[in-house]
Ligand binder design. Structure first.
Ligand code: FAD
Length: 438
């Protein structure tokens, strides 16, 4: 346990990993390109929030930091769909008592960095990694410093500097794909000190090729995110005047428009950001490895980017314990075990965009969800809906994807029947048979 471990990137994944490795007795240091957020006041200004669920909570508990974070979470019990006319439809995420949590990304990051420091991890801000020598195990920073380590872990996000260095090593595969949609965040301010929408839901305005969502913050604001094409009509390109933005919102998101009186200001002042999927392999080279977004960045539509990164941390630690911390075995073994699950959640996330923007408002989708809930209620041990397998369990993502595909086929068939409810027993026997032999 005397190994010196260097983690590049004090984001969500890097700081959580540092806490646990330090607790295991290693000498751990993190190098972060940003200035200390506590000094730069990064916490002030726009709130960006994320949905935290089971796969993320389990590693936070393992690190003993969940109790510190829990008071900052806002439970979201289900989706609240807003129709064009402002009608609301509620759809629970899971069984009674199952919910996901809205959390401020900056707040969570700060709590994790503070937990790492409290555990004895040295955190070096203003250290931007610019080079890595994978053979001699050292990192070079833009400020001229150079650090040697027994293990180098790249948790430096979707545009990882460590991954860029791996890209110029032999037999390293890499791909990236930008979807044709980008996103823009907008804020719904509180009114008379209160939330302007019901806080315990994830609000969605599904509109076919685009959508708006809103998640609650502790300061009683909501962060809205518009997922929208860059080009075409309508698109970020076509909304090029105050009038165009206002009349577009009036037509598609009228009830939200009423809650954002300074919409045009926000629309033209807040940045428009891209959405990328990256895949690469192998994640390891000699004594270096990538975790979190650096290894597998995904689109945000399943709310699993951070959750899967936290799960990486748990599985990496479990693998290391199982292999007695022999890094030469742990690194390749963890990477090859985890890759198929990263690919699976990447596929699920892309698919869930279509479900969220296109289907959630459909009566046929709601009918499907209702029937699925009935099947689950009657056979709770046999049938767990795909969303619940991903969000409320820690079953491997690849297994959830496989079972979800079988379920979809069965549901498609059952829903063609005149009386689908009468086919529930048949659906379950079919599922139990197929899941074994598939
Ligand atoms: P990051 O959080 O990106 O951290 C990387 C760190 O590395 C940063 O601190 C960065 O400054 C630092 N760094 C970068 N380059 C260098 C360098 N060269 N040297 C030193 N340091 C460096 N996930 C969810 O689970 N639920 C959600 O609801 C959700 N919603 C999302 C919504 C949107 C719009 C987006 C874009 C993402 C969302 N995600 C969500 C995904 C989530 O934000 C990421 O998966 C998560 O932040 C990844 O954590 P990370 O630590 O791997 O990377």
């Amino acid at each position: 346990m005397k190994d010196k471990i260097s983690i590049v990137g004090a984001g969500l994944v890097g700081s959580l990993l540092a806490v646990i490795l330090k607790q295991k007795g290693f000498e751990v240091q993190i190098f972060e390109k940003r200035t200390d957020p506590r000094k730069s006041k990064a916490l002030e200004g726009r709130s960006i929030n994320l949905a935290l669920s089971q796969r993320g909570i389990k590693p936070l508990k393992l690190a003993g930091v969940y109790e510190t974070i829990e008071p900052y979470l806002i439970p979201m019990n289900g989706r609240m769909m807003h129709s064009k006319d402002g009608d609301l439809t509620y759809q629970p995420y899971g069984k009674e008592g199952q919910f996901i949590n809205s959390v401020s990304r900056a707040q969570l990051n700060q709590l994790l960095i503070e937990s790492a420091e409290a555990a004895g991890v040295q955190v070096f801000f203003d250290h931007k990694c610019k080079d890595v020598d994978f053979k001699k195990n050292f990192i070079v920073f833009e400020n001229g410093s150079k650090v040697e380590s027994d293990l180098i872990i790249g948790t430096d996000g979707a545009f990882s500097a460590i991954r860029k260095k791996l890209q110029i090593t032999d037999r390293f595969n890499f791909s990236q794909h930008y979807i044709e949609h980008g996103y823009k965040e907008l804020c719904i301010e509180p009114k008379d000190g209160n939330f302007r929408l019901e806080p315990n839901y994830l609000h969605i305005w599904p509109r076919g090729n685009f959508m708006l969502i809103a998640l609650p913050n502790n300061d009683k604001t909501f962060t809205c995110t518009l997922f929208f094409p860059f080009e075409g009509s309508p698109s970020f390109d076509s909304l090029n005047s105050i009038e165009a933005v206002n009349s577009f919102f009036k037509e598609y998101f009228n009830d939200a428009l009423e809650l954002i009186p300074d919409l045009a200001d926000q629309f033209f002042n807040n940045p428009t950001s891209t959405l990328v999927t990256t895949k690469c392999e192998p994640w390891n080279n000699n004594r270096s490895i990538l975790l979190g977004d650096a290894a597998h960045a995904i689109v945000p539509f399943y709310g699993q980017g951070m959750n899967s990164g936290f799960e990486d941390v748990r599985l990496f630690i479990e693998k290391a314990e199982e292999m007695d911390w022999d890094w030469d075995k742990v690194l390749p073994s963890y990477s090859s075990m985890r890759k198929k699950d990263a690919d699976a959640i990447s596929e699920l996330a892309l698919h869930n965009f279509i479900e969220m923007r296109d289907h959630v408002g459909d009566p046929s989708f709601l009918k499907r969800k209702k029937l699925e809930a009935q099947i689950q209620e009657k056979f709770p041990a046999d049938w767990i809906p795909l969303y619940s397998m991903v969000t409320f369990s820690d079953m491997p993502y690849s297994e959830a994807l496989r079972l979800g595909k079988i379920q979809k086929k069965i549901m498609d068939d059952v829903l063609k029947e005149d009386n689908p409810e009468s086919k529930i027993d048949q659906a379950i026997s079919q599922f139990n048979a197929l899941k074994k032999v598939d």
